[in-house]
Design a protein around this ligand. Structure first.
Ligand code: SOE
Length: 372
């Protein structure tokens, strides 16, 4: 593992952004922290690119996304656009020789995600999907405890990812519309993070899944016919025999972004809640403890991601900063442990299709073909 590539002393990378919404703001703050050179932004119209450029300080507005991809000074492209556009933009960026950080879901079908993985491998370019929750120090601590055997053998997982921003029938967003957001909403948007995090921590893969999905509002706001799900309940079993349940909802009152998991192993239970990311509850038959982030008490992988001393809270943006830092280090030739790449985005697309199929056919879906 090489992680000590010194980004700050190297020639700054030239970066550009496609899209100018909430996620572009998060990406750009993380990119700025590395000292990257901002070369501009493209969006659906020149006017919205200009607007994003002014609001976020991204550099000049490109007249088109093609012009952005053709700029030889651009080393890395951040794709932060609605889901249905990710495939074509990521493909064009790789073909133009750019390193890519593409928002999730990487693609709206597993077949498209396959193509992108193959293209990334052919070009040898760095191709990252920002499963940023992997970059919380206490997530790394949980992973290290499983890896080092401190937690014992993992037996069960209980995961939830709950939000309430789509609670009312008047709430609407492009993610609701399957033409723009893709065939799955709650699972592809947030369930994907949850599954990625579980597989990352327990170092095992779901082998079969069964799901029940619910669309609470058949029409919302401007969307006349809602074909995407508000709630998903999943039962799964991993290749290594871990069993688990997941509840994913975007209509859970009072829950803003509650990704929470409980890993039940034979010696320890490990509980992480991304709304309180400085803590990891470690349950033991005797002597349970609430471990509070303190680099001096953490595994080296978790301590590496602790950017401020204990007692100075870190959060979501810090995790994102760490992801972008590691992605740029990979562009420089490092191999940072735990960097989520296009293969992880593809994995998520495979699970998304399995969840939709399981709900449709009211049956278990075997995803073991994806494990070889
Ligand atoms: C909206 O549901 C959203 O912003 C997701 O798209 C993000 O991936 C998640 O981190 C927070 O919620």
């Amino acid at each position: 593992m090489t992680t000590n590539v010194n980004l700050l002393s190297a020639e700054p990378l030239g970066v550009a952004f496609v899209g100018g919404g909430f996620m572009a703001a998060v990406h750009s703050r993380a990119s700025r922290a590395t000292g990257a050179r901002f070369l501009g932004v493209a969006s659906s119209t020149v006017r919205s690119a200009e607007n994003a450029s002014e609001r976020l300080g991204l550099g000049p507005a490109f007249a088109s996304v093609e012009e952005l991809f053709a700029d030889p000074a651009v080393d890395v492209v951040h794709i932060c656009t609605p889901n249905a556009t990710h495939f074509a933009f990521a493909q064009a960026a790789l073909r133009a020789g750019k390193h890519v950080i593409c928002e999730k879901p990487l693609a709206t079908s597993a077949a498209d995600a396959d193509e992108l993985v193959a293209l990334a491998a052919d070009t040898g370019l760095t191709a990252v999907v920002p499963f940023a929750y992997r970059f919380h120090p206490m997530v790394r601590e949980a992973r290290a405890r499983v890896r080092r055997g401190l937690a014992g053998r993992v037996l069960s997982v209980q995961g939830t990812y709950l939000q309430d921003w789509l609670l009312s029938k008047d709430d609407d967003d492009w993610r609701v519309d399957s033409q723009i957001g893709g065939p799955s909403r709650a699972f592809a948007d947030i369930g994907s993070h949850l599954c990625d995090l579980i597989e990352f921590i327990v170092d095992d893969r779901m082998q079969r899944v069964t799901a029940v999905n619910k669309t609470v509002f058949p029409r919302r706001g401007l969307t006349a016919k809602v074909a995407t799900e508000d709630i998903v309940c999943v039962l799964f079993e991993t290749q290594g025999g871990i069993v688990g349940t997941l509840t994913i909802s975007q209509v859970a009152p009072g829950r803003k972004n509650r990704l929470a998991l409980e890993i039940g192993a034979s010696i320890e239970s490990l509980v992480f809640d991304q709304e309180n990311p400085e803590n990891l509850w470690i349950g033991r038959r005797k002597g349970s403890e609430l471990l509070v982030r303190d680099p001096e008490q953490l595994d080296p992988d978790a301590a590496r991601l602790s950017v401020v001393p204990a007692g100075h809270p870190q959060g979501y943006q810090d995790a994102f900063n760490a992801l972008v830092f590691d992605a740029y280090s990979a562009v420089r030739g490092a191999e940072p442990d735990g960097l989520p790449v296009f293969a992880d985005g593809r994995r998520s697309a495979v699970l998304t299709e399995a969840i939709l199929e399981s709900h449709r056919l009211k049956t278990w879906v075997d995803v073991s073909a994806d494990l070889s």
